[in-house]
Design a protein around this ligand. Structure first.
Ligand SMILES: C[S@@+](CC[C@H](N)C(=O)[O-])C[C@H]1O[C@@H](n2cnc3c(N)ncnc32)[C@H](O)[C@@H]1O
Length: 206
């Protein structure tokens, strides 16, 4: 990445922080970058684009001429900002942004036509189970599914939570239980940032 692009990316990060857009924390990003540099994915699926910061960061690790990131964002405002950012970074060929509700859009992707090497879940906490089900379906054999914020600001580890957070908290606990018990997944949950769950998919196990 040249100096000009680095300056644009720094500004994307700075503006996101100033505007309280919850982009990936540096420590979580570092961990994911290690995974991506080992995995060298050809196709990445991201659920939760926000301003495009993580997708832009991930694009550095894509391998292959036809490599691509498909990223889904529900908010029109975020989508517009992400589109502009991706354009300014000259990454429109590599990053496809979909302005849809991922819970609905994911169902429209046919796993016989499109599969992914890495799937990054970083959107509505209450929907992680829906995202996981689709992530497993859309994963290539050996793919890595990464979910950020699985501790939900510590709520997942706490015995008491405010009523309004209980559904999402319980669903995240269920997410952790499922990735630990599903025989197709080899998983770990790391105490990095707000909790990062990593699962490797073995599609040969039924
Ligand atoms: C934590 S932010 C994503 C941050 C981004 N991955 C990064 O690190 O730069 C979560 C985003 O998910 C979006 N989102 C929430 N629910 C969604 C859904 N059902 N489908 C698609 N996007 C969703 C929100 O609008 C928000 O922009």
């Amino acid at each position: 990445m040249n100096e000009e692009k680095l300056a644009i990316l720094d500004n994307i990060k700075k503006e996101a922080i100033e505007n309280h857009v919850p982009i990936l924390q540096d420590v979580s990003l570092e961990l994911i970058e290690v995974i991506l540099s080992i995995k060298r994915p050809n196709k990445i699926l991201e659920i939760g684009t926000a301003v495009g910061y993580s997708a832009i960061k991930f694009s550095k690790y894509l391998e292959g001429k036809d490599s691509k990131i498909k990223t889904i964002e529900i908010s029109k405002d975020m989508y517009n900002i992400a589109k502009e950012n991706v354009k300014n970074m000259e990454l429109t060929e590599k990053i496809e942004i979909i302005n849809e509700d991922a819970t609905k859009y994911l169902e429209t992707i046919d796993e016989k036509k499109e599969q992914f090497d890495v799937i990054f879940i970083d959107a509505a906490k209450g929907q992680y189970l829906v995202f996981l089900e689709n992530a497993i379906r859309l994963a290539k054999n050996g793919a890595v599914i990464i979910a950020d914020n699985v501790y939900f600001h510590g709520r997942v580890l706490s015995g008491y939570n405010e009523h309004r957070h209980r559904t999402a908290t319980n669903r995240l606990r269920e997410y952790i239980r499922i990735i630990s018990e599903d025989k197709r997944l080899k998983s770990t949950v790391l105490n990095v940032g707000d909790g990062v769950a990593i699962s490797v998919v073995n599609k040969e196990i039924k």
